[in-house]
Each structure stands twice: as C-alpha cells, then as structure tokens.
Write a protein that binds this ligand. Structure first.
Ligand SMILES: Nc1nc2c(ncn2[C@@H]2O[C@H](COP(=O)(O)OP(=O)(O)OP(=O)(O)O)[C@@H](O)[C@H]2O)c(=O)[nH]1
Length: 304
C-alpha cells in the first residue's frame, strides 16, 4: 500500500487533499513516532505537523535525539513525563499527559501528548500526537482562580481554605511539622455597618484583608470564610509562635484607622494548633470554640 492509499479514507471514497506531507504539515498539531532504545536513547524517527507547538525546536535534531525537546521541559514536568514513558514502556499502556515547554524568546507553551506504544526490535516505539493546549490551560487557571477567590477582598474563599487546610494537615501527619489555624472575627461589625453604612463596612473588610496580607507570611493562607469572619492557615507554626503573631495582628488592627478613626475596629481571634491524626473539622471546631470564648470574654482578644 502506498503512503497515499493508506491515508485515503479507506472505503469511504474520500480523497486526501494533496499529498500526505502537505496534509500532515497543515495539521494543527504534531504527529510523531518516538523511539526509546534498549540503551535508553530517545529520538523521534518521524515528526510532522504544522509545528506551531514547537517553534524554536529543530525538528531534524529531534530526529537524532529527543533531548532537544526534553531539555526544554519545566523542571516539575520532566520527571512526570519520564515516569509516564517508563510506565507506558513497562506495561504497554498508552501515554496521556501534558507538560510545559520553554520555547524561543522565553515563551512557554502547554502541550498535551497522547501516544500508543508498540514493541520494536531495539526497544519501544510510540505512535502519537502533540497538541498545543496553552489557551485552554490559561482559561482553566483563570476559572480556578475565580472559583477560589473571595470577590470582595481578593483573598482565598472558604472552598480554597478547606483544600489548603487538608493539604497542610496531610503534610503535618507525614512529616510531623506543626500547624496553627487562626479564626478572626470582626467585633460588633453590625454596628460599623449601621453607623458608617454598608459601603464603608465593605471598605473595612477590604482594608482588613490588606493588613493581614501585609502582616503575615507569603506561605500563610488567608481566607474570608464569609461575612466578617476570616481564617489563616499557618504552616510550620506551633502555638508558641502563632500566639504572639495573633496578638500582634489584633493589636495592629485595633490601632489602624480603617478610614474611620483608630480604635473603632477590633477583632476577636480563636487559635488552635493541629494535633497529629486529628480530622480537619475537629481542628476547625477547636479554633471556633476559642473564637467563641474570645467573644464571650469581652471581644478584642485572642484565645487558644
Ligand atoms: N459591609 C458588609 N457587611 C457584611 C458583609 N457580610 C456580613 N456583613 C455584616 O456583618 C454583620 C455581622 O453581624 P453579627 O453576626 O451580629 O456580628 P457582629 O455585629 O460583628 O458582632 P460580634 O461578632 O458578636 O462581635 C452583619 O451586620 C452583616 O450584615 C459584607 O460583605 N459587607
């Protein structure tokens, strides 16, 4: 069978436009054969497509050595792709993965790769395709940001906080590192709204978020749980360190003008340190009980 016949649409009577090379070079992606030899050497015996996903990468060089592409992968993505290739070679299962690649002029593109392995005389041969999915990934990241963010303050929202807390708890249980959870609630916020109006109330919430961001570390996740309640996840922080931090935060908030006058805005804070093995909700309940105690004992205070 000639190359043309093989691609001619079989019994459907469809004619391939032009020759196969013209056809493949117009595809909005790349089709390829990828070979890994018994000695581990990798190369692309065949590579065709309009190449939009690979500008700056010399195709002829890839025909000799796949490293010309693999060397451009992001550090995090390289081991992921290597593991996918290894798994596919060992179990003869298809590869379905995606990775980021650095192209000419500092550009980064996301590439989706699908490939089917076959036994080859001197190793494994994959037949596959690569498609540029950068736009889709950018849009996904935008939507994820939206669904993780509190509209008013730009902080993480409750959903995001729960995810981060679960991640940090699992890290604690694995490595035994300390973790604190801080719940912050504005005192008499209803009075603030009633006295200065809801818009000014909103400004207070925005300013409080800014102040927390400024006073806390980059690794700390600050979230607005809703209304006038906030939470902070403090990784690698035992109570002996989070307690003075909470006191400092409370103090700084109390003396901040907030566009009204200093002393009008105060917060109550409940603080709890994670106990290894404890479920997430129990930690939250303990911090919440401390917050309740702080309110009950007169507000503008920290309880742990
Ligand atoms: N401006 C503004 N106010 C909000 C928002 N969300 C909740 N609030 C107000 O926050 C107030 C919360 O009132 P309460 O739950 O009684 O609590 P509080 O007045 O802060 O009293 P304590 O918490 O007991 O000190 C209500 O007046 C809500 O309307 C918001 O997004 N913007």
């Amino acid at each position: 069978m000639t190359e043309e016949n093989a691609m001619s649409g079989g019994g459907l009577g469809l004619e391939l436009p032009g020759n196969v090379r013209d056809f493949t070079e117009r595809l909005p992606g790349v089709i390829f054969q990828f070979h890994r030899g018994l000695d581990g050497h990798m190369h692309f015996p065949y590579l065709a497509g309009n190449g939009t996903s690979l500008p700056g990468i010399d195709r002829d060089a890839l025909g000799q050595d796949a490293r010309h592409m693999l060397d451009r992968l992001y550090d995090d993505d390289y081991p992921k792709l290597m593991a996918a290739i290894e798994r596919s070679a060992r179990w003869r299962v298809p590869i379905a993965t995606k990775f980021r690649i650095r192209l000419a002029h500092g550009r980064t593109r996301w590439v989706a790769l699908r490939a089917q392995p076959e036994d080859a005389q001197s190793g494994v041969l994959w037949y596959g395709l690569m498609i540029d999915i950068t736009e889709q990934m950018v849009e996904e990241a935008r939507l994820r940001r939206l669904s993780d963010t509190d509209d008013l303050t730009g902080l993480a929202n409750r959903r995001k906080l729960m995810v981060r807390l679960a991640e940090e708890i699992s890290r604690c249980n694995r490595h035994g590192s300390p973790l604190s959870l801080m719940l912050i609630d504005l005192d008499h916020f209803k009075r603030v709204n009633d006295t200065w109006g809801h818009l000014q109330g909103d400004q207070v919430l925005i300013e409080l978020a800014r102040l927390c961001r400024k006073l806390l570390r980059e690794e700390d996740t600050i979230a607005r749980l809703g209304g006038e309640e906030f939470a902070v996840v403090l990784p690698a922080t035992p109570l002996v360190r989070s307690l003075p931090l909470a006191e400092r935060l409370r103090h700084r908030i109390g003396e901040h003008p907030f566009g009204i006058e200093p002393g009008q805005i105060t917060v109550s804070i409940g603080l709890a340190e994670y106990r290894p093995g404890e479920p997430r909700d129990v930690l939250i309940e303990r911090a919440d009980r401390c917050l309740y105690a702080a309110k009950h004992q007169g507000r503008n205070r920290v309880e742990s």
